[in-house]
Design a protein around this ligand. Structure first.
Ligand SMILES: *[C@@H]1O[C@H](CO)[C@@H](O)[C@H](O)[C@H]1NC(C)=O
Length: 132
């Protein structure tokens, strides 16, 4: 009986963890976004850790060019891209009322980390046009 309870608990815990870990697409890729959307977009991300994330880059990818970024089996692929981005930079860090200013720009390349299921889980690097 005890073992069953423990098993159920373990299952519940791992299910929660899976839900809580947002992948790269959930954290960083949107079809469209207005500069004023930083505050609302960051709410979902900030709820994970119950604090205001200092900076988060969103890729505006209406055509889904990033979809297959992990498909080649490379664990740390770099893709040359030409996408609009919005960097959301924290203004007021008083959780949960985090506010952000948005810095629009352009990305020329992106590097991510891929898991075993070919799902990108981390944004490793962004090269921005006109910025070093
Ligand atoms: C940040 O937001 C909180 C809650 O809305 C507010 O009380 C505080 O004065 C703000 N701080 C700054 C520096 O604007």
């Amino acid at each position: 009986m005890k073992i069953q309870v423990v098993a159920v608990l373990l299952f519940a815990l791992s299910a929660t963890e899976i839900c809580e870990a947002l992948n790269f697409f959930q954290k960083h890729v949107v079809p469209q976004m207005a500069p004023g959307d930083c505050n609302t977009k960051m709410k979902v991300i900030n709820e994970q850790k119950k604090k205001c994330k200092p900076i988060n880059t969103f890729f505006l990818d209406p055509k889904g060019v990033l979809n297959g970024i992990c498909n080649h089996g490379n664990k740390k692929p770099t893709m040359n891209i030409d996408l609009q981005i919005i960097d959301c930079k924290v203004d007021n860090k008083t959780y949960p009322d985090c506010t952000y200013k948005s810095v629009p720009g352009k990305a020329t390349s992106v590097t991510v980390l891929c898991d075993q299921n070919k799902v990108p889980y981390h944004l490793e690097d962004v090269k921005r046009a006109g910025r070093k």
